[in-house]
Design a protein around this ligand. Structure first.
Ligand SMILES: [Zn+2]
Length: 258
């Protein structure tokens, strides 16, 4: 059977949990259409049930993908990713990006399942409590006035941009499916953690070049669940470490052992 048709057996799952701390205010935008009059120009995305801001897992996953791809060479930007944006996706199961982040939208038989699933990130209970005390005129957020000048006409374009305040903490969790390819899985985990480190020196969400969206990860917990765990035959195992500076090859090897 050609490689593209063979299922690669699952060996287990790795759950990576950490706190995402906002070092600076974060703006992840929602559609502003339909906003009530008097609202900010650029609102943040909120949980429709609780109204608390959150970070969509797809935002973090997309950022990690972009960072991973920029560490790789010779990835063709072969798909349209929206207006004036090109991105990479292919049907090669050995592709170091697509095997982790998945590939869809080509012919059905060319789709590659994603080894990585990123959960939506919600505020910690302590941060929810703190943000409920804010008196900014907005629920749980702040707004920042930005006045961009048109470069040629010098006409002002004032905007209010809503942000989740610095110091807020979200719970991050992603799940990596460990498949029966130990060497590639080790590479995947090392690349993902490198992308997390790069993200700490980059930015999440909008207006990163204006200083928004600086984040830091703290209090990691790795939970290793071998396939037997799901059949009630084997225990799960956990390791913790305080920050990405403590990430090591030894932890990577432990993480993908099944
Ligand atoms: Zn690819």
């Amino acid at each position: 059977m050609p490689e593209t048709e063979a299922l690669i057996p699952i060996r287990g799952k790795l759950l990576v949990t950490a706190e995402l701390v906002l070092v600076t205010g974060l703006h992840i935008g929602a559609q502003s259409a339909g906003m009530e009059i008097g609202a900010v120009d650029q609102p943040v995305i909120r949980d429709p049930l609780t109204q608390y801001p959150y970070i969509p897992g797809s935002s973090l996953k997309g950022k990690l993908r972009a960072l991973v791809e920029r560490t790789l060479e010779d990835l063709p930007l072969n798909r349209d990713g929206g207006p004036n944006v090109k991105r990479h996706e292919c049907s090669d199961r050995s592709c170091p990006s697509c095997r982790v982040f998945g590939s869809v939208g080509g012919r059905t038989e060319d789709n590659i399942p994603s080894r990585l699933a990123v959960r939506d990130l919600f505020l910690t209970p302590a941060s929810r409590e703190q943000l409920a005390q804010l008196e900014t005129g907005l629920r749980y957020t702040e707004w920042k006035f930005e006045n961009a000048l048109h470069r040629i006409t010098l006409a002002a374009n004032p905007r209010q941009i809503e942000r989740v305040p610095a110091g807020s903490r979200f719970i991050m969790q992603w799940v990596y499916t460990v498949e029966d390819e130990p060497e590639r899985c080790l590479e995947d985990i090392e690349r993902l953690m490198a992308a997390m480190r790069l993200l700490e020196d980059d930015a999440l969400g909008g207006h990163g070049s204006r200083g928004y969206g600086q984040v830091r990860f703290e209090n990691f917990r790795l939970l290793r669940r071998p396939l037997g765990y799901y059949f009630g035959e084997e225990p799960e195992a956990a390791r913790t470490f305080p920050a990405l500076s403590e990430w090591s090859r030894e932890l990577a090897e432990w993480a993908i052992t099944t």
